[in-house]
Design a protein around this ligand. Structure first.
Ligand SMILES: Cc1cc2nc3c(=O)[nH]c(=O)nc-3n(C[C@H](O)[C@H](O)[C@H](O)COP(=O)(O)OP(=O)(O)OC[C@H]3O[C@@H](n4cnc5c(N)ncnc54)[C@H](O)[C@@H]3O)c2cc1C
Ligand code: FES
Length: 503
């Protein structure tokens, strides 16, 4: 499964890794959060080094639908349901500033983007209340949103009503992130791919442990999706949501706007422009059918369902690529950005964009940069203060407790399922995996590309029993969303170690 956006060349990095090197700031993660932060800090004159376990835009940043929107489906109404209007407004203002920064950078760097009207739409009458709630929240936050009825919408797919917001945008997320990487290198920053951080601490001096040796810095930024350090337990205050995208050639499509449903199952639709670089081999991206990581019995079925839906409404659609990725939703619905507890203000992080990171990530980068540069509070935009001082409300605690219950249930069922399959078990068929019980220890056995492998089925983070992902042939953790290749190699999530290989 390869993202449509990853068809072009990668960024040549050049300089060798020097263990023990010292920089002003070490940023872990070369996605949009890490590279926006690094470019802002480097532009301010700091010596910044970025490392990534994969390469530039290797995870969610390289595998999303590429929409920049302040409307964001039903997000504003969801936040408003539990928080004050001032917080929704601050959230919108943050995203507006994030969007302006990224599109300003894209314009300067010659990265194309297209201005489009974004729509939050109801697929059936059952979703119309959600559309109205989103309209009310958007207007209250000062957005010039407007209501549209089915005849006005005139979409090839069912849409009973929508909120529309003009002047939003689409972009190739990989092209713009690679441009950020080039900008960082041009301004004297350093970027190393295939270097995994395995830990970080601040005493006796701030230090990042990596697979190639230590790095030292005055400030450390975790831009790793979910934070890789357990301080503050933020891995448990977010929920990893995996979802799917498929791109199509659709010769007949004249769709101009972007769309996302407010009622389930989620359908996110985005046209691809002719000047979208390597991605212009497709006309349309359709996404949706998300679920918590490691808690689905049918990843392939989720993608096939998106394909079937698209063919039903765009009969000449021909699939070109399919892929999936995950992003994290914070329990209080607004991203977590700032200093990690017990990090003496030297370790910062950002997470919890709930699949709206193309605007939230640069907004987080603006905030991280202001904090690292020590910008006085009165000189910061008011949204930073409003979001930075928000209170936890009872609904946040309830959402966190509910997710905690689901995590506990997933933990118990993983061990119970393993007990039902004592070894020896039949060799899994190609593309399949099974968790078996070997002497009270779950073992994960899979067959991929003709090779059958056994690895420890217990997640090295906090002991979740892994679940087979049949679409990507990976072992996914249902507790906090770490993922591993069939040979045990860690792919993403809060775990920093590989799985033990058992043969
Ligand atoms: C299916 C899908 C569709 C989406 N569509 C949209 C959209 O249309 N619009 C929108 O605004 N948002 C969208 N999003 C959300 C958006 O893609 C993300 O919010 C955003 O890309 C997050 O960026 P990030 O840099 O924080 O994280 P990531 O892109 O996940 O980057 C984290 C980086 O950290 C690296 N890393 C992790 N651990 C380590 C380690 N231990 N050592 C070194 N490096 C490490 C990873 O390799 C990775 O490169 C979508 C998300 C998904 C899943
Ligand atoms: S990711 Fe936490 S236990 Fe697996």
């Amino acid at each position: 499964m390869t993202s449509l956006w990853k068809l072009g060349p990668t960024v040549p990095l050049g300089s060798p890794f020097h263990p023990g090197a010292r920089h002003d700031v070490v940023v872990i993660g070369a996605g949009l959060t890490g590279l926006s932060t690094a470019v802002m800090l480097s532009d301010a004159g700091l010596d910044v080094l970025v490392i990534d376990a994969g390469d530039v835009a290797s995870l969610a940043t390289g595998a999303n639908t590429g929409k920049l929107s302040l409307l964001q489906g039903s997000r504003l109404a969801e936040i408003r349901r539990h928080h004050a209007a001032s917080l929704v407004k601050a959230y919108v203002d943050a995203n507006r500033e994030g969007m302006d920064w990224l599109l300003g950078f894209a314009q300067h760097a010659g990265v194309p983007f297209v201005r489009r009207t974004d729509h939050s739409f109801a697929q059936s009458r059952a979703g119309i209340d959600a559309v109205h709630a989103q309209y009310a929240a958007a207007r209250e936050a000062g957005l010039p949103a407007r209501m549209q009825t089915a005849p006005e919408l005139d979409t090839p797919f069912p849409a009973s009503a929508a909120v529309a917001l003009d002047d939003q945008a689409t972009i190739d997320p990989v092209v713009v992130t690679q441009a950020l990487a080039r900008q960082l290198l041009a301004s004297g920053g350093t970027l190393h791919d295939r270097v995994r951080a395995t830990g970080a601490r601040v005493l006796p001096e701030p230090r990042v442990e990596t697979t190639l040796g230590p790095l030292f810095a005055r400030d450390i930024v975790l831009a790793t999706g979910t934070p890789i350090l357990d301080r503050g337990l933020y891995f448990a205050k977010v929920r990893g949501l995996r979802s799917y995208c498929v791109s199509f050639r659709v010769p007949s499509s004249s769709l101009e706007g972007t769309f996302i449903s407010v009622d389930g199952p989620t359908r996110s639709i985005r046209p691809v422009a002719d000047d979208d670089g390597p991605a212009a081999s497709a006309d349309l991206v359709v996404g949706g059918n998300g679920h918590p990581v490691g808690r689905s019995d049918g990843e392939t079925a989720a993608i096939d369902d998106l394909v079937a839906w698209t063919r039903q409404h765009f009969p000449d659609a021909e699939e070109t690529h399919r892929w999936s990725a995950q992003d994290y939703e914070s329990h209080n619905l607004v991203p977590f950005v700032g200093a990690l507890p017990r990090g003496l203000g030297r370790i910062r992080f950002a997470t919890g964009y709930a699949k709206w990171g193309l605007t939230n990530a640069p907004a987080a980068a603006l905030r991280l940069t202001a904090e690292i540069l020590g910008t006085r509070r009165r000189d910061r935009p008011s949204w930073m203060t409003t979001i930075g001082t928000r209170l936890t409300v009872p609904a946040d605690l309830a959402r966190g407790a509910a997710e905690g219950g689901r995590v506990a249930a997933a933990a118990a069922s993983g061990w119970a399922d393993a007990e039902r399959h004592p070894v020896p078990v039949p060799r899994p068929a190609e593309g399949e995996g099974v968790v078996a019980n070997r002497g009270l220890r779950p073992v994960a056995i899979s067959t991929v590309d003709g090779v059958t492998r056994a690895v420890d089925a217990v997640c090295p983070h906090l002991g979740g029993v892994l679940d087979w992902n049949d679409a990507e042939c990976t072992w996914d953790c249902p507790l906090h969303a770490s993922r591993f290749a069939p040979d045990g190699r860690r792919l993403e999530g809060p775990a920093v170690r590989d799985l033990r290989r058992l043969g």
